[in-house]
Write a protein that binds this ligand. Structure first.
Ligand SMILES: [Zn+2]
Ligand SMILES: [Zn+2]
Length: 407
């Protein structure tokens, strides 16, 4: 056993492991898509060489969620500069992707054990934004907007791999007797929706959710679980609209995108939300699509004095077409990024562990379709087939060989 490392199975860690990798030497950004399954070196704790490893752990991945941002990397639409810049800094060409996971701790730095009590065998998920702990925001307690944060699977190696190294301070212990492991692996994106739904009090409020993609679908469940009154979805994709209904949305408006203005709100959508709210408008609108027209429809559908929560991202400029109304009607805009660490995780845990709200059962039955085409074995991973899965389903979870220990 290495000095400064507590491990029951460190000796058993293989030299090399399977990982889903973006390799810029093999796949130039402009002329490729997808990821490669490659053998890469297994990460190790080397506290004698890297002092920070005393506060780190090695986790064996059991399940890992494939995120919208991973889709952005897959189709080369997002994160080019973050990946490229961090690879330059690290002096290498391969980035192991993935940031949503559930895993088993297999090796523990001595400080991780002493300070956090972690030991081999513990089951954990992880916050994906690794913070510096010393910048202005971190010291003010706003760690989710750390000035120096790195993101797992983008600016440091991630969890689409048999093993990964993580700082103990980012880990989130998860009780898999209460949360099924496939759902435990997607607490991080679920947490995005929890953060969005806890920005203002939703109890008894009428909530309009613009865009019921993965995070918007989670938001339907969470808004319901947190006691929202009426929940109205706005979703052009009929499959996602149907899912939103099955998850408990009271009404889902399906806008016709043909000929729709890319910037201005669709007046039919605004009228439909108004109608669904007795002519008043929604108390709270969650904008989860990133489309300019939806952003303006969200503002237009919100009542005087209401709140608009912004989560969807849009590159370049976003035009507010009724700025005067925004100010004169006292509508508040709130931006949501990441999760509040660990407040959001605590709410996430209680929403998922409480079986009476049926949230985790609905995630498994509806969003994950009970694993059909949505739980993909890493051992038989194949690029074309996987691209089909991530195209057809709002959420896909990779299952690693390590999950065999769960039976
Ligand atoms: Zn994600
Ligand atoms: Zn910081």
């Amino acid at each position: 056993m290495t000095e400064g490392v507590h491990s029951s199975s460190e000796a058993a860690l293989p030299e090399r492991m399977q990982a889903l990798v973006y390799d810029r030497s093999l796949d130039p950004w402009e002329s490729s898509t997808g990821l490669r399954r490659l053998e890469v070196a297994t990460p190790r704790l080397e506290p004698g060489v890297v002092p920070a490893d005393r506060s780190a752990v090695i986790v064996r991945t059991l399940f890992a969620g494939f995120c919208g941002s991973d889709r952005g990397i897959w189709f080369r639409k997002a994160f080019r500069n973050m990946i490229g810049g961090s690879l330059d800094e690290d002096g290498k060409d391969q980035r192991v992707t993935g940031h949503e996971m559930l895993g088993e701790i297999v090796a523990v730095g001595d400080k991780s054990a002493a300070k956090y009590g972690y030991k081999p065998g513990d089951i954990v998920s992880t916050e994906s934004h690794i913070i510096c702990g010393s910048c202005y925001q971190c010291r003010a307690g706003d760690t989710h907007v750390c000035a120096e944060d790195r993101i797992i699977g983008i600016s440091m190696d991630g969890c689409f791999a048999d093993y990964m190294k993580l700082p103990a301070g980012a880990l989130w212990p998860t009780d898999i007797d209460r949360i099924r492991p496939e759902v435990g692996a997607i607490q991080e994106p679920f947490g995005n929706a929890v953060h969005a739904c806890t920005k203002v009090d939703l109890r008894g409020r009428t909530v309009a959710i613009f865009g019921t993609g993965t995070i918007g679908l989670f938001a339907v469940l969470i808004a319901r679980g947190l006691g929202a009154g009426r929940i109205i979805g706005v979703e052009p994709n009929p499959r996602h609209a149907a899912m939103a209904r099955r998850l408990g949305a009271d009404e889902v408006i399906e806008p016709d995108l043909a000929g729709a203005d890319p910037i201005e709100a669709d007046s039919r959508v605004v009228a439909a939300v108004k109608k669904a709210t007795g002519g008043v408008g929604a108390d709270v609108a969650l904008e989860m699509s990133g489309f300019n027209s939806a952003f303006n429809a969200a503002i237009g559908s919100t009542r005087r004095g209401g709140d608009v929560i912004l989560f969807g991202i849009h590159d370049g400029q976003q035009v507010i077409s009724s700025f005067g109304r925004l100010v004169m009607d006292g509508i508040a805009l709130h931006s949501v990024v990441g999760r509040q660490v660990f407040e959001t995780w605590m709410v996430t845990r209680s929403l998922l562990e409480d079986r009476s709200n049926r949230i985790q059962d609905l995630i498994w039955d509806v969003i994950l379709d009970q694993g059909r085409e949505t739980v993909v074995d890493m051992d038989s991973w194949e690029k074309e087939r996987f691209e089909g899965c991530i195209t057809n389903h709002p959420k896909v979870v990779l299952r690693f060989a390590g999950a065999d220990v769960l039976g």
